[in-house]
Write a protein that binds this ligand. Structure first.
Ligand SMILES: Nc1ncnc2c1ncn2[C@@H]1O[C@H](COP(=O)(O)OP(=O)(O)OP(=O)(O)O)[C@@H](O)[C@H]1O
Length: 588
């Protein structure tokens, strides 16, 4: 095990890598912005030279020469501007390419830990926000800001009074920026949360579309969405009001300053302290000095959003760095040992399963029964490593689950969740778990083991049939059987099936029983969580989970016999009734 310090160091290194990837190009762009800003003095120099040199001398060649030089410098500035924006866009794409998969990785994990899918999707949007910001005028303004003193010095050199006036204007605008930041800061987080809450409602409404339509409460669902949207709009209006007001004040101040510079310049010209060309040069330069500040204020919301998104992404990268890459172990083939595990609900921390322990040997199959809400699915989630343990251990061939790297562990586990969810991909891709170069023989073998091969052949494009979003193009039973084939793909050692027969007909049930027998025959382990007793024909052991505790564990005949004697269990093939089909209370 790595020490805590080492882990911290790795996290720090990862966060640094993220900023380092942009640091080098940013230093280069900072230098390039310097050149652009110095070239931006062209207009001022041109005016100075035209008014103070070409006009008094009346020399046309001087005017033409100055004009050609100015056009050349303007073109150079434009070229550097284009280059800078192209580099920024590519930098954004590079950042996206690097961070988006990490954000997606965390996004996949988030719902397991009690976050809504809207919150999980927010990570992906964070990447978009940062990428968008990298090519936005907001960032260009930030690059130009450090070069504002160049313009101030230039104006100061024309006349100290003009310099002082422009500096005063810059200070007032900078103070406005700080004030805008302070006033919007507390609303930014709340606005972000309101967006997530609104999107979560939209997401859940879309998922419940059938129910909303059938039972006619779509309007009420839309009302709920509207209320959440209103809250978001209120908050957004507040932040936009602040940044809009400050933006307008900044623009007015800029105009006042520009006129003030002209007025003061005229006063100085009348007093014989300044040339006419210098007035125009001072006016152009002071306006140019204020532009980045003005733009920063105008884009303040975008800058804040990008900063928040970047911070969250940095946390994401750090969180992933904390995961220690484990050593590769040989595939398990002997046993599963559950050592006094306690499992809490991610998010709330409520203990759902406490002190559960048992052992299974290769070739055995365990049926997990018990009343609704007792903790059977929680046990399945703990055994497959979906939920972390609060205490205890789940060992495959004596190696605790965290000792396996995710890919090897996943290859040894087949899991059929209670709520079957297929990917928006082909049947083949779903069964092969998105394997890039899946072996068709393995896919067909899994389908045959699940008794679903013929059914797939009858589909429009056989194994290449696209299943659509969440596999909704299939019936409930078809989805469950394809998900069973996915669980059996590659002959995993531990197969956990959570209510695998919930949607099956008689043919499906016998295919399921054959699949469980098949797992046992090849030396695998099957754990079947079931309400309907028919599936238990294929298991040899029974565990009863009630109120988060293992209240009975042992050979099927002994446990079920006792339950039947107690009058709580129904015989095989009994009607599917969750509450009554299994023993309500089986003594330990
Ligand atoms: N994601 C979750 N967050 C918090 N609590 C949860 C979560 N999932 C389940 N629970 C709670 O854990 C308890 C056990 O749920 P579990 O799904 O394990 O029961 P079960 O025995 O599988 O029930 P059923 O037979 O109805 O599927 C329940 O009280 C449930 O409310």
């Amino acid at each position: 095990m790595r020490s805590r310090d080492q882990k911290k160091l790795a996290q720090q290194r990862c966060a640094e890598q993220l900023t380092q990837s942009v640091r080098g190009p940013f230093v280069f762009l900072f230098g390039m912005s310097g050149i652009i800003n110095i070239l931006a003095l062209t207009g001022s120099f041109y005016m100075l030279q035209v008014y103070d040199r070409a006009l008094p001398s009346g020399s046309l060649p001087t005017l033409v020469g100055l004009s050609i030089l100015a056009v050349g410098l303007y073109l150079a500035q434009g070229l550097f501007d284009v280059l800078r924006s192209q580099i920024l866009v590519r930098l954004g794409a590079q950042f996206d390419r690097r961070v988006a998969p990490l954000a997606q990785r965390v996004g996949i994990d988030m719902p397991r830990f009690g976050f809504s899918t809207a919150e999980a999707m927010e990570r992906g949007r964070d990447v978009d926000t940062v990428r968008g910001f990298l090519g936005s005028p907001g960032l260009v303004a930030l690059f130009d800001l450090p070069w504002v003193p160049v313009f101030l010095v230039f104006v100061y050199m024309l006349h100290p009074y003009l310099g002082a006036l422009t500096v005063a204007g810059a200070v007032v605008l900078a103070l406005l920026t700080i004030l805008a930041e302070l006033l919007t800061r507390r609303w930014t987080g709340a606005t972000q949360q309101a967006v997530v809450a609104r999107n979560a409602i939209a997401d859940s409404n879309a998922r419940s579309a059938d129910v909303l339509k059938a039972m006619g409460f779509a309007d009420r669902a839309v009302d709920r969405y509207r209320r959440a949207n209103d809250e978001h709009l209120d908050l957004q209006t507040r932040t936009t009001d602040i940044s809009g007001t400050f933006g307008a004040i900044a623009r007015v101040l800029r105009m006042i300053l520009q006129s003030a510079v002209l007025g003061l310049g005229a006063y100085l010209v009348i007093g014989g302290e300044l040339s006419a060309g210098a007035i125009i040069a001072a006016s152009i330069t002071s306006a140019r000095a204020m532009a980045p500040i003005d733009q920063a204020i105008g884009n303040w919301k975008v800058i804040l959003a990008a900063r928040t998104a970047f911070r969250r992404l940095k946390e994401t990268v750090i969180a992933l760095a904390a995961a220690e890459p484990p050593m590769t172990l040989p595939p398990a083939h002997r046993s599963l040992r559950v050592g006094h595990i306690t499992v809490a609900a991610p998010g709330s921390g409520r203990v759902l399963l406490s002190d559960v322990g048992f052992e299974l040997k290769a070739g055995q199959a365990l049926g997990v029964i018990g009343p609704s809400g007792g903790g059977k699915t929680t046990l399945g989630r703990a055994l497959t490593g979906i939920w972390p343990l609060l205490r205890g251990s789940v060992r495959l061939d004596e190696a605790d689950l965290p000792q396996w790297d995710e890919a090897s562990l996943g290859g040894m586990i087949g899991y059929l969740p209670q709520e079957v969810c297929l990917l928006d991909a082909t049947v083949e891709e779903n069964i092969s778990r998105l394997a890039e170069d899946s072996d068709p023989a393995l896919v067909v073998a899994a389908a045959q083991a699940a008794g679903v091969h013929e059914m797939i052949l009858r589909m429009p494009d056989g194994y290449k049939t696209e299943l659509g979003p969440l596999g909704t193009a299939l019936s409930g039973g078809q989805r469950q059987r394809i998900a069973l084939a996915r669980a059996l793909y590659g002959n995993p050692f531990l197969v956990v099936l959570d209510e695998p027969n919930a949607n099956l007909d008689a043919e499906g049930e016998s295919a399921l029983a054959a699949a469980i027998h098949g797992v046992r025959a090849r030396g695998g382990l099957a754990i079947v969580i079931a309400h309907r007793p028919s599936v238990l024909a294929a298991v040899d052991l029974i565990a009863v989970i009630q109120e988060g505790k293992l209240t009975a564990f042992g050979p099927k005949e002994a446990i079920l016999g006792k339950a039947v004697r107690d009058g709580a269990a129904k015989p095989d093939g009994a009607q599917d009734n969750r509450e009554r089909s299994m023993p309500e209370r089986v003594p330990a």
